[in-house]
Design a protein around this ligand. Structure first.
Ligand SMILES: [Zn+2]
Length: 741
């Protein structure tokens, strides 16, 4: 069995025998050894070659099962098991180096229950040692490569990878090429710090473009790219990779302030730092504001780190020593610098993990899964989209079983075959997409994906234009269905009384043959027909009829969006409607003539090329026929008195980026009370842009749009008379509303 086969074998074994207790005695030894060998090989691919062929979630599943096996059958535990130390993680290219203090990995948690259990364990142990007052600190968990940096009398003398935690690899020469790591600091004696080497997301994009061009496999994420780059044997090549680093911990010695030594330190917004309440920590871990803040950065995080400390001991990471905090130093409780008991040594560590910290892992954003089936979807323009049906996976909290393959050019470029294992990624609310196939996991049974010859819905022959394939049958039921579904959708004519399933039925029944037929549903005869469907009661039909009638007077931008004009989505439709209002369009004829005017190309989002496609669409006899029948049904084509933004408020709109002295939700609420409407993303129409500390890419966007910008903290507070809820760190955790500015 090769690695791919053994992995698959073990995965199906886990499905078959979810509880290791039930493994038959006769199989126990063989299965156990197979787990060890398989995980050791995956460790090697992950740590040494930086080319993992399974996702973290898959690895975690195998690892957890192995651990559970060892718990049930402690007598079988072998010293070569990956649970007994970090096995398979050293390469040959670099000199080995010993960590004087072991570099342990953190225990992982995935939910509130895990964190509570950890807190209970910590509390018991700490109280036994006489540490009664504890507090929890939150730090981001970097998704990069761990490194130990050693300074002697202020000079960076050595940098070592984590390796197996006890022995790593000496990568000093390469770390010298990372600009953000200081080579010289003002410190006497020996200082050992721990940090993370990462590749910025923007840098990965550039690097992968180059690799694509030169025929090399692109890196699947920033962590693999960082790991692959720092292990290059030529330091000059490393310098070109644009790596960065953050230092976040000190290993032994008198506690120092890393930031004041010039170390690159990353800080969470100051509202999320310290608390004595573990429930507060859990709330923060699941707080969308933190997640949002981290997602806006140019590097990847895969979770948060919760550290416990004796509340009398100042935390050694500089998260607590932010300049922001000094503003409120008056309120700080006095903290003695010397503590009699150090919680680090009091809690100690297990073979694997230090006990005083736990990682909270964000739900997976990238998972591997197997393509089981390919189907072809027919869009409203007749375009054929191949869709991969994959073994269902959980990704960022959603279950994914279908992923679009876009077009056949995409399939060819990514060399995706049916039966392939593919990497699927999803971040935030974005539609999941396939990064590429994992060729190492092929077994020869994979099949090429070939464009269909006939439309899967109507059976008409398929036409090939450029990279796309189309069903050109105008009465193809799939196209009619998709057109109608789009027409009634929320951002179009907003007729919610008729759902996708019902549209499909009515198209099949030939009650709906075109978009205009929606307006025939209101006739008495059709209402009687509709009543025959079990899902349509009296009330529902009345509501549907009302919605259809109301839709005739919808703002023009909705109609423009509903028509499915090429290159015109919701936003452009709004801009076009404004343009039509300027041209005083009040009828269909005026609208058609305004569309034939080349001035339309000046509307934002429409260029010369789109203009051609739009004009071609608008002069198409089919389109004209549809527009005329809509006109006959009483649909209005007037752009005058159009309120493009019905929800717009008295002062206009605002958007924001970065962190503020006020929690984001509070800030938004206060601004809304002042009469500003919040926009997630700044546009050319945004009135005001608030830029906080560590702003994301939105700041640049806002500047480009020429939006009125407020970016100084005091200015923002003064200008909008905002109040900061000050969080005092005393025993009652009182919250005082303060009008400081
Ligand atoms: Zn068709």
């Amino acid at each position: 069995m090769n690695l791919s086969e053994s992995t698959q074998y073990l995965q199906s074994f886990i499905k078959k025998v979810p509880n290791p207790e039930h493994i038959p005695d006769s199989e126990l030894k063989t299965i156990y050894q197979l787990f060890i060998d398989t995980l050791t090989d995956h460790n090697h691919l992950y740590y040494i070659e930086a080319k993992p062929i399974i996702s973290d979630a898959e690895y975690d599943e195998l690892f957890a099962y192995l651990k559970a096996m060892e718990e049930y059958f402690p007598t079988i535990i072998s010293s070569t098991s990956p649970t007994q130390g970090l096995v398979g993680q050293l390469s040959d290219g670099f000199k080995k180096a010993v960590h004087q203090i072991p570099l342990l990995s953190l225990e992982n948690s995935y939910n509130a229950e895990d964190i509570r259990e950890w807190a209970v364990r910590v509390a018991k142990l700490a109280e036994k040692k006489g540490i009664l007052n504890r507090e929890y600190h939150l730090e981001p968990k970097f998704d990069g490569l761990s490194v130990e940096c050693i300074y002697h009398d202020g000079k960076l003398t050595q940098a070592i990878t984590r390796g197996d935690g006890k022995i790593g690899e000496d990568i000093t020469a390469n770390v010298m090429m990372i600009p953000s790591i200081p080579k010289q600091i003002s410190y006497l004696g020996t200082l050992q710090v721990r940090g993370e080497i990462m590749m910025p997301k923007s840098q990965l994009l550039k690097l992968n473009q180059q690799r694509d061009h030169s025929g090399q496999t692109p890196f699947s994420n920033t962590r693999n790219a960082a790991a692959g780059s720092i292990k290059l044997l030529d330091s000059r090549e490393v310098a070109k990779r644009g790596l960065i680093a953050f230092i976040y911990d000190q290993l032994g010695g008198e506690i120092v302030d890393l930031k004041s030594l010039g170390m690159p330190v990353f800080e969470l917004p100051e509202n999320f730092l310290v608390t004595t309440d573990i429930e507060q920590i859990i709330t923060w871990c699941q707080d969308f504001q933190i997640k949002h803040f981290l997602e806006e950065q140019d590097f990847d995080f895969d979770g948060l780190v919760i550290k416990v400390s004796d509340s009398k001991t100042p935390q050694n990471t500089s998260n607590c020593n932010t300049s922001e905090k000094s503003d409120f130093s008056l309120f700080d409780t006095e903290t003695p610098v010397n503590s009699s008991e150090d919680i680090r040594s009091a809690l100690g560590s297990t073979e694997h993990h230090p006990r005083r910290a736990i990682a909270y892992k964000f739900p997976a954003q990238q998972v591997a899964s197997q393509i089981q089936e390919i189907t072809f979807q027919v869009g409203r323009t007749g375009i054929i989209t191949p869709v991969a049906h994959i073994e269902p996976i959980s990704l960022s909290g959603a279950t994914i079983s279908r992923v679009s393959l876009h077009n056949f050019d995409f399939i060819a470029k990514k060399q995706i075959k049916k039966g392939d294992f593919v990497r699927v990624q999803r971040s935030g609310e974005v539609i999941p997409y396939i990064l590429g196939s994992i060729k190492e996991r092929r077994n020869g049974s994979e099949e090429l994906i070939i464009p269909p010859l006939f439309c899967p819905e109507c059976g008409d022959p398929i036409t090939n234009i450029d990279i796309h394939y189309y069903c050109t049958n105008p009465s193809c039921p799939a196209q009619i269905r998709e057109k109608i579904t789009h027409f009634v959708s929320r951002d179009a004519m907003d007729i919610s009384g008729i759902g996708e399933a019902m549209i499909e039925v009515l198209v099949k029944q030939k009650m709906l043959n075109s978009v205009a037929d929606i307006y025939h549903l209101t006739t008495l005869q059709n209402q009687i027909l509709l009543r025959k469907f079990p899902s349509f009661g009296e009330k529902k039909i009345t509501e549907l009829v009302n919605q259809i009638e109301r839709s005739k007077k919808q703002p023009l931008w909705r109609l423009l969006n509903a028509l499915g004009i090429p290159h015109i989505g919701k936003k452009t439709a709004q801009d076009v409607a404004e343009y039509l209002a300027l041209h005083k369009v009040t009828s269909l004829d005026q609208m058609i003539s305004a569309f034939s005017n080349d001035g339309l190309a000046d509307v934002e989002g429409i260029g010369e090329k789109s203009l051609q496609a739009i004009q071609l669409f608008m002069t198409n006899p089919e389109t004209l026929k549809l527009l005329r029948s809509l006109e006959q049904e009483g649909v209005q084509f007037s752009a005058i008195n159009e309120k493009t933004n019905p929800e717009s408020s008295s002062h206009g709109t605002f958007s924001l980026t970065g962190t503020f002295p006020i929690a984001r939700t509070d800030l938004i609420q206060q601004m809304q009370k002042l009469g500003y409407r919040y926009e997630e993303n700044p546009t050319s129409g945004t009135t005001v842009m608030l830029i906080g500390e560590k702003p994301g890419s939105k700041a640049e966007k806002a500047r480009k749009f020429g939006i009125l910008i407020y970016e100084n903290r005091e200015t923002i507070l003064k200008e909008f008379h905002l109040t900061i809820p000050i969080k005092l760190k005393d025993e009652n955790e009182r919250i005082i509303q303060g009008g400081l500015f």
